[in-house]
Each structure stands twice: as structure tokens, then as C-alpha cells.
Design a protein around this ligand. Structure first.
Ligand SMILES: Nc1ncnc2c1ncn2[C@@H]1O[C@H](COP(=O)(O)OP(=O)(O)OP(=O)(O)O)[C@@H](O)[C@H]1O
Ligand SMILES: [Mg+2]
Length: 337
């Protein structure tokens, strides 16, 4: 359990004060994958670095499994940090050390015995699929493979929590997907809690259970990924998830449709099929549904469907009644204005 209570971080630079993080309160449950999304400069890296006290907060508290990091001695803090692994966009591997040494060296420094180090290196290199690259140097590996080494290195400390600062941001989409699958596996098989920050909403969509949106140092919105995707409140959140986009329908097309009927966005989660619902609307109400565009994506393992539909004809009353019916079928509906 990670608890951030009213944490703030202010950097003082000569005569300038930078409030990088302002009054953030978040609580991350054991075993979940929690994402923080935000544009560049929002304060994400500063926030994540406060979780392991690489960056102690200016004010506020950080609790890990109920232990208040503010109150620990230097030595206690070092011990506590071992339970928290971290991976970065730039991998942070030692270029002069082999894959094996990159994993072994930090463990040696912690006083772990040789047999254990060997066993763990083998175990976690196998887990990340790099058993055969033990003796390679980082320069001999691709970006995705380097990130796998960094992940194995973090796991070799057998942490309870894994922090990820833009771990996939430097990778191409396919490699990103394979790293995200690996993070999911780590979360599910080892039960490690993952706290990640990213500016890529796809990362959140693919693996996160809950998400917080950060802007100008503050958390402006937070909730289960499904909720944030279906009913976003803040403008920045809507921009991130593309909620205001009309799913690639050209503006000219939309302009003409607005004249004849009402445009609605429909969203559903899970298996509810919208087709039968729309046929019902056509049958039971004096409205003609016309699907302009649509797509289905996945929020972790859940289907998330989005449709842009024109409901032509009928009165305002008919429209309202159809809207109520659609809502009663578990489909989110909102009029496009
Ligand atoms: N050590 C520091 N000293 C002074 N200012 C800092 C320091 N670290 C971060 N900042 C400032 O704090 C703000 C937030 O930075 P941060 O790196 O947390 O953002 P971010 O959301 O991670 O951005 P990005 O997506 O570009 O990585 C920025 O204005 C940044 O310049
Ligand atoms: Mg950052």
C-alpha cells in the first residue's frame, strides 16, 4: 500500500520557486497497477521520485505499508527502499558491465551472498526472456532488451513495488507492447504493485487498473480506468483519451449531419452489443439511427466500444425517451454539441 498524503515539492532556483508537485493525495492498493498520466512538465517524475524518497517532499507524507518514510533514519530508509524497484526511460544500465554484472553488482553491495545472486539473476533473466544474453554488454542489446535487463535488475531485489518512469517512451509500438505484457505478467505472477507514469494514454489503457491525471503539479482527476475513459470530467483528461474527437469523421460531414438529426456518442463496456439496441430504437421510436463511425478497443481485458451515431427524425421527447432506453441498456450516451 502506497499512501501519498498532501505531498508537495517546491524547487528553489536562485530567485525562482518552482512548485513541481502541489498537494497530491493518492492511495495505491497492494497488487494494483496504478498509472499517472500527464503532459511534459506536469510533475510526474517529481511525484514518482517522492514515493521512494529519492526526492523527499517539501511538505506532506509518504507511507509505504503504513510506514511513514518521513520518520525513518537514513539506514531504515535504505532498507525500506529495497522493497521498491524502479525502471526508467533511459534504462540506467552500466555500459561497462555485462547483463549479469548489471544485475549482480547492486546485490553484492547489499551483501547478498553469491549463490543467491546467481539464482536470482538466472530466475529473473529467464522471466524477462534473456537467459541467453547474460554475457552481453548493454551496447549489444536492443532498446527493448535493455529495458528487460533493467526490469530483471529491479526484480532481483525482490521488491513489493515497482516504479516505472516512462519505461516504454523510447520504444517503438511493438516493443512497447511486449514490455507492457511483461509488466502485466510481473504484476499477475509475482503480485508486485506497479506505479507508473507516462505521457502515453495507450499504456494506461493497456495495463492500468486506476489512473490519475496530472496537470501543473496537481492531480486533476482520478479513478478506475474504465470510469475515466467513459465519463471523463476535465478538459485535459478528455484530450488525453480523445473523448472529444469524432472518431475520424470529417468536420464537413458533421456539419451537414447536425442539420438533420442529433449526433450522439455511444460507449459500452464489456459485451453489450449496441447493434440490437439501435435496432430497437429504430423499431420502438420514430428515430432513424445511422452509424457514422465506431471502434472497439480494450481497457486491460475489457472491451470498450465507441460509436458516433446520428439519430434522425422524431421530436425532442422521442429523443429523450430513446436516450433513457439506451442508458437503461448499460450504454453511455451523450449528445455531441
Ligand atoms: N531538480 C529540479 N530543480 C528545479 N526544477 C525542477 C527539478 N526537477 C523538476 N523540476 C521542475 O519541476 C517541474 C516538473 O518536472 P517533472 O520532471 O516532474 O515533470 P514530468 O511530468 O516528469 O515531465 P516529462 O514528461 O517531461 O518527464 C518542471 O517545471 C521542472 O522543470
Ligand atoms: Mg518525467
Amino acid at each position: 500500500m502506497i499512501e501519498l498524503k498532501n505531498v508537495s515539492k517546491t524547487f528553489q532556483q536562485k530567485n525562482r520557486r518552482i512548485e513541481a508537485v502541489k498537494n497530491v493525495t493518492l492511495s495505491i492498493k497492494p497488487g494494483e497497477i496504478f498509472g499517472v498520466v500527464g503532459y511534459s512538465g506536469a510533475g510526474k517524475s517529481t511525484l514518482i521520485r517522492m514515493i521512494n524518497f529519492l526526492e523527499p517532499p517539501t511538505t506532506g507524507e509518504v507511507l509505504i505499508n503504513g510506514k511513514n518514510l518521513n520518520q525513518l533514519s537514513k539506514k531504515e530508509l535504505l532498507l525500506e527502499r529495497r522493497k521498491i524497484g524502479m525502471i526508467f526511460q533511459g534504462y540506467n544500465l552500466l555500459s561497462t558491465a555485462t547483463v549479469y554484472e548489471n544485475i549482480a553488482k547492486p546485490l553484492q553491495l547489499e551483501g547478498v551472498d553469491k549463490a543467491t545472486i546467481q539464482a536470482r539473476a538466472d530466475k529473473y533473466l529467464a522471466l524477462v526472456g534473456l537467459s541467453d544474453r547474460k554475457d552481453n554488454y548493454p551496447a549489444q542489446l536492443s532498446g527493448g532488451q535493455r529495458q528487460r535487463v533493467a526490469i530483471a535488475r529491479a526484480l532481483a531485489h525482490e521488491p513489493e513495488i515497482l516504479l516505472s518512469d516512462e519505461a516504454t517512451s523510447a520504444l517503438d509500438p511493438e516493443t512497447t507492447e511486449s514490455i507492457l505484457e511483461l509488466l502485466l505478467k510481473i504484476n499477475q505472477e509475482l503480485g508486485i504493485t506497479i506505479f507508473l507514469i507516462t505521457h502515453e494514454i495507450e499504456v494506461v489503457q493497456r495495463i492500468c487498473d486506476r489512473v490519475a491525471v496530472m496537470e501543473a503539479g496537481q492531480v486533476i482527476e482520478e479513478g478506475p480506468v474504465i470510469e475515466i475513459f467513459t465519463t471523463p470530467q476535465e478538459t485535459t483528461t478528455k484530450r488525453f483519451i480523445g473523448a472529444n474527437e469524432n472518431y475520424d469523421v470529417p468536420a464537413e460531414v458533421l456539419a451537414t449531419y447536425k442539420k438533420t438529426g442529433r449526433l450522439v456518442r455511444l460507449q459500452f463496456i464489456g459485451s453489450e452489443a449496441t447493434e440490437p439496441v439501435l435496432s430497437r430504437v429504430a423499431k420502438d421510436y420514430p428515430l432513424v439511427p445511422n452509424i457514422l463511425s465506431g471502434n472497439i478497443s480494450y481497457l486491460k481485458e475489457q472491451r470498450h466500444g465507441r460509436l458516433l451515431v446520428e439519430l434522425a427524425g422524431g421530436s425532442q421527447q422521442d429523443f429523450e425517451a430513446a436516450k433513457r432506453y439506451i442508458t437503461s441498456q448499460g450504454i453511455f450516451i451523450e449528445e455531441v454539441v
